[in-house]
Design a protein. Structure first.
Length: 141
């Protein structure tokens, strides 16, 4: 674990958004959820066609990035139902904002694999419906 943290720190040097991304990934890990449903890594130098052909993409809306490390990447993609909807998003924060907007506009529920993380970000960080609780949750976090 410490090796992964050191790698993130080195990769993110000079990137002002690196702590934010690291915190979001930490929330995923703390809640025992897969960050692949939020930030999906594809092969380095992948283009839109390559991303859409990636069979490991989730069907739910997610952010895809091409490269070896999210901290070194400078192009992000919003992917919905295996199709790139918006490409060339400049940074992970903008991509995350677009992802939340996609969930809202498409009126899609959060996937079970990442629901607690997205609900935490929505309620505690973004302050959207902070005091409403989802009624059909199996367990509380």
């Amino acid at each position: 674990m410490q090796l992964a943290i050191n790698e993130m720190i080195l990769a993110g040097q000079g990137n002002v958004l690196a702590p934010l991304v690291a915190a979001i990934l930490g929330i995923c890990q703390f809640l025992k959820e897969s960050s692949e449903f939020l930030f999906h890594q594809t092969m380095e130098h992948a283009n839109v066609d390559d991303i859409e052909k990636d069979i490991t993409l989730p069907f739910s809306p997610c952010i895809s990035f091409a490269g070896t490390c999210i901290f070194k990447c400078n192009s992000f993609y919003l992917v919905v139902d295996l199709h790139v909807i918006i490409d060339n998003l400049a940074n992970p924060l903008l991509a995350l904002v677009v992802l939340f907007a996609a969930y809202y506009v498409l009126n899609v529920g959060y996937p079970v694999e990442i629901a607690a993380t997205l609900e935490f970000l929505q309620r505690c960080i973004v302050k959207i419906n902070p005091d409403k609780r989802k009624q059909n949750r199996k367990e509380d976090w």
